[in-house]
Design a protein around this ligand. Sequence first.
Ligand SMILES: Nc1ncnc2c1ncn2[C@@H]1O[C@H](COP(=O)(O)OP(=O)(O)OP(=O)(O)O)[C@@H](O)[C@H]1O
Ligand SMILES: [Mg+2]
Length: 251
Amino acid sequence: MGVMLPQDFSKLEIIGEGKTKIVRRMDNPELVLLEFKDAITALDGEKKDTITGKGHINARISGFLFEFLSKEGVPTHYVSFIEPKYMVVKRLKMLPVEVVCRNIAAGSFAKRYPVEAGSRLKHPVVEYYLKDDLRHDPMMNEDHMVVLGILSSIEEVNEIKRLTLTVNKALSKFLDDKGITLVDFKLEFGRDRNGRIYVGDEINGDSMRLWDKRTGRILDKDVYRQGKNLSEVLETYRECYRRIIGEEPRV
Ligand SMILES: Nc1ncnc2c1ncn2[C@@H]1O[C@H](COP(=O)(O)OP(=O)(O)OP(=O)(O)O)[C@@H](O)[C@H]1O
Ligand SMILES: [Mg+2]
């Protein structure tokens, strides 16, 4: 076995880019390369910074958790993780929906509804938001998604809800064993060429709220939303990595 050379993916054509990831074309048309940037954003992109090493940490955590979920039988886009900050994934046509699943009242849920922030909900709550910046991502119900043509039928809506609750159950248990409470998380779904639905995008401290079970310490992007300094934010992502991966991060 020869030594693996670091691969130069910068020549691969960019076919999509968002605030925190770049999508590149691969030789196999059924795959794409996701590159995780060191960018961190909040407040619809109004607040923006760079944290060196954050891309690596988030790519590795995503790869790790997608691998776990695939083993649990969840259809995900995950194919492989490539050091330091890449994931090879199935190329999907992404649905313009953010599916949020909540176990504990926090964030916008605690603001909008008469519940005590931090209280456990009687059962998980699944919410759907239209990805539409100009309209500030309005919340949708099941009927909206069918009427707007995002999903073809109520059966497909149910499939997405069922997948989300399966992810919640598996991830909650996995994290609980590591002393972490899964407060809430966001999933994005997409279809392959055959119309099959997969969990896509990312799963990490940018897309989950994670609290230390014992101390309540926040282990996710909320520390950045709260305006903590960037070294504290990096340390939070490092601690998230340590707790989930079980190794010392190398950044
Ligand atoms: N398997 C996949 N196939 C194709 N595109 C994907 C896949 N997984 C994620 N993407 C896309 O990668 C893009 C970049 O992700 P990023 O999180 O940076 O976007 P964003 O800033 O959240 O903005 P937006 O999601 O609105 O484009 C997103 O458009 C996302 O939908
Ligand atoms: Mg995103």
